[in-house]
Ligand binder design. Structure first.
Ligand code: TXA
Ligand code: MG
Length: 306
């Protein structure tokens, strides 16, 4: 039996498999099996008011989960699937309430990773998967990250090497008449707006988030992370795009050439490395707020809310 066949059997039997996608590693279960989905929430220690993204192999498989497609959603899907784009659409009766936290809409995407697609196809099931990290912590971009934090809670981890995109998918909601950006992510807002025009940006509050990804504190390392002007010191770390200032105990340069895509791919692993240095504080430098820089700044700002 191949690893994919083994993993597919685990999914069919209601178990948990961690698998790579192009964004981050996911913690997957059969999306149509409520008991299996419940095991995801338990393993992550995730509150059940935080709904899950369902991963499918293609648009046809999405059709059975969706009640109706907004025409602009179809335009985005055609252009960007497989890829780091999640769309929120009215759900069909087939989708268990636990997956959507009883919302009438379901979040769906087709990941752009051969192992993820093979797992979905081989199991024949849509796969519900949040990022494979304990709730509130930094998302995993390698199999080793998953092993360290959830290794004893999953039946299998498929190793596909480091994730190419490195930040979670961009989420656009089509629950209402007009598209709304719920979470900036691995697909730049500029690329989305080039296809469907202006997209509103969600204005959730920390107490009443529109997407629970908007919970203010999220993606956080254990070491306090600050966005205030950096103060060099023996127990201080620095993280930024390039040109680190002198005097820090540890620095992480996200992209020497200032490339925001490369920076996004490095972000979570860099946060983890700094977190393991026993520092008292990490100073993070926001990056230009365009392209994937929006997702990077969003994650930094959430990581700083402690
Ligand atoms: O790139 C990604 O999206 C990764 C990989 C594994 O695909 N997944 C991921 O899942 O980031 P997670 O659970 O960490 O974040 C999913 C976000 C949550 O913040 C959730 O609120 C939002 O998607 N979401 C899921 N279902 C939703 C729904 N029905 N309506 C609004 N937001 C939803
Ligand atoms: Mg997550």
């Amino acid at each position: 039996m191949t690893d994919i066949q083994k993993a597919a059997l685990i999914i069919q039997e209601g178990g948990l498999v961690a698998f790579p996608t192009e964004t981050v590693y996911g913690l997957g279960a059969d999306a149509l099996n409520s008991l299996a989905v419940a095991a995801i929430f338990e393993a992550k220690n995730r509150p059940t008011f935080d709904p899950l993204i369902v991963h499918v192999a293609d648009l046809r498989q999405a059709e059975i989960l969706v009640h109706s497609f907004h025409p602009l959603a179809l335009k985005l899907i055609e252009k960007f699937w497989p890829g780091p784009l999640t769309v929120v659409l009215p759900k069909s009766a087939l989708v268990p309430d636990l997956v959507t936290s009883s919302l009438p809409n379901v979040a769906i995407r087709v990941p752009n990773h051969p192992l993820a697609l093979e797992l979905i196809r081989e199991s024949g099931r849509p796969i519900a998967a949040p990022s494979a990290n304990p709730f509130g912590q930094v998302s995993p971009t390698t199999a080793e990250h998953v092993r360290r934090s959830l290794g004893d809670k999953v039946q299998m981890i498929l190793d596909g090497g480091p994730c190419g995109v490195g930040v979670e998918s961009t989420i656009v909601s089509f629950a209402g008449e007009k598209p709304v950006l719920l979470r900036p992510g691995g697909l730049a807002l500029e690329e989305i707006e080039a296809v469907i025009g202006k997209v509103q940006i969600a204005t959730g509050t920390p107490d009443r988030p529109q997407a629970p990804g908007q919970l203010l504190q999220h993606y956080a390392p254990r070491t306090p992370l600050k966005l205030t002007p950096p103060q060099p010191g023996p127990k201080a770390g620095w993280l930024g795009l390039k040109d680190p200032p002198a005097g820090f105990d540890a620095v992480e340069v996200l992209s020497q050439k200032g490339d925001l895509k490369e920076a996004a791919a490095n972000l979570f692993a860099a946060m983890r490395r700094l977190d393991e240095k026993g520092l008292e504080v990490i100073y993070a430098q926001p990056v230009p707020n365009k392209g994937l820089g929006r997702a990077i700044n969003d994650r930094l700002s959430r990581a700083s809310q402690k």
